[in-house]
Ligand binder design. Structure first.
Ligand code: 13P
Ligand code: SF4
Length: 312
């Protein structure tokens, strides 16, 4: 393990590479990364890095977003099979038909989409900026929001909008058990429940705070509470525990599993060994068709510009 970490450090230096990791990666990958963040922060980092190689420890759409924002750089991923069930729930050809059926609608897409879906989009959002970006449009703007119906329903409820939603979802966040969460709340009556807006509305109703991974982390750090039940992928607990060593974080359990926490099988495909090998071999590499990238960059850049204006 130590040799692997040393070898990764050497390869990184030799190749002028930067390692970016999402909060859902395993602890060993988060610990070795140059930067750990949520989807928005990873895109912002990828857009401004001066490294020649970006190693994106996350899932495929995160690598694509980095490549679209920094086309001259080599973007590597430890495992090309690390996809996303939410992105998969929105095939570009079907989304295009949906968009064409509503030509008077502005199209807002969650970053958890393929580059081809982003190419059909007016502005991209992440869970950190979705509310503010939706609110940047006039109240009567007709909007299509895809692909996450849970995030879309949540944004509709907090903004009073009536966006037309694509019927997609994330297999991890759909899995949280309301019944088990109610029991956990009884077991830890002083704990705050923190939930990601990709969770079902029945779970969100039980939450004390709803937000992106970065927002949940910030809330836990600032809170004077000492216990938190966390309803999102359990990788975030690593950084929460690191930043708040004296607080207790309890993962919310999924429905039908003997496991006490909920892990994203795609995120977990990445390992330290695969991270080493991809740096060594400079493969697998993310490629995005230039015609798609030319279109997709506009709504992503629009998101970054609005976020910068809003100080996000
Ligand atoms: P954030 O990184 O925006 O919190 O989203 C979580 C997620 O599901 C990433 O795939
Ligand atoms: Fe996609 Fe869900 Fe995994 Fe996030 S947690 S990468 S939305 S499948």
């Amino acid at each position: 393990m130590n040799e692997l970490i040393t070898a990764i450090g050497q390869l990184k230096k030799e190749k002028n590479a930067v390692i970016l990791a999402h909060y859902y990666q395993t602890g060993d990958i988060q610990d070795i990364a140059d930067f750990v963040g949520d989807s928005l922060a990873l895109a912002q980092w990828a857009a401004r890095t001066e490294a020649d190689i970006i190693v994106m420890c996350g899932v495929h759409f995160m690598g694509e977003t980095a490549k679209i924002l920094s086309p001259s750089k080599k973007v590597l991923v430890p495992d090309l099979a690390a996809g996303c069930s939410l992105a998969d729930s929105c095939p570009a050809d079907r989304f295009e038909q949906f968009v064409n059926q509503h030509p008077d609608h502005t199209v807002i897409s969650y970053v958890n989409t393929t580059a081809a879906v982003k190419a059909l989009t007016d502005v991209v959002v992440t869970s950190t900026n979705a509310k503010q970006i939706v609110e940047s449009f006039p109240k009567d703007e007709k909007i299509i929001f895809g692909p996450d119906r849970n995030l879309g329903n949540y944004i509709n409820s907090v903004t009073g909008r009536n966006m037309l939603l694509w019927d997609g979802a994330c297999h991890v966040h759909e899995q949280f058990s309301v019944e088990k969460l109610v029991n956990l709340k009884k077991e830890y009556p002083r704990a705050d429940v923190l939930a990601h807006p990709e969770c079902k509305s029945a779970v969100l109703k039980l939450a004390d705070f709803i937000g992106s991974t970065a927002a949940l982390l910030k809330y836990a750090i600032a809170s004077d509470k000492n216990e938190f039940i966390v309803a999102t992928e359990s990788g975030i607990l690593h950084e929460m525990q690191k930043k708040c060593p004296d607080k207790r974080f309890i993962p919310a359990p999924p429905n039908d599993s003997t496991c006490a926490c909920n892990e994203c099988s795609f995120m977990r495909l990445n390992t330290l060994q695969k991270l080493h090998d991809c740096l060594l071999n400079e493969s697998p590499e993310i490629e995005v068709e230039p015609q798609i990238a030319d279109k997709a960059v506009k709504p992503i850049q629009k998101m970054l510009d609005i976020s910068a204006r809003l100080g996000l």
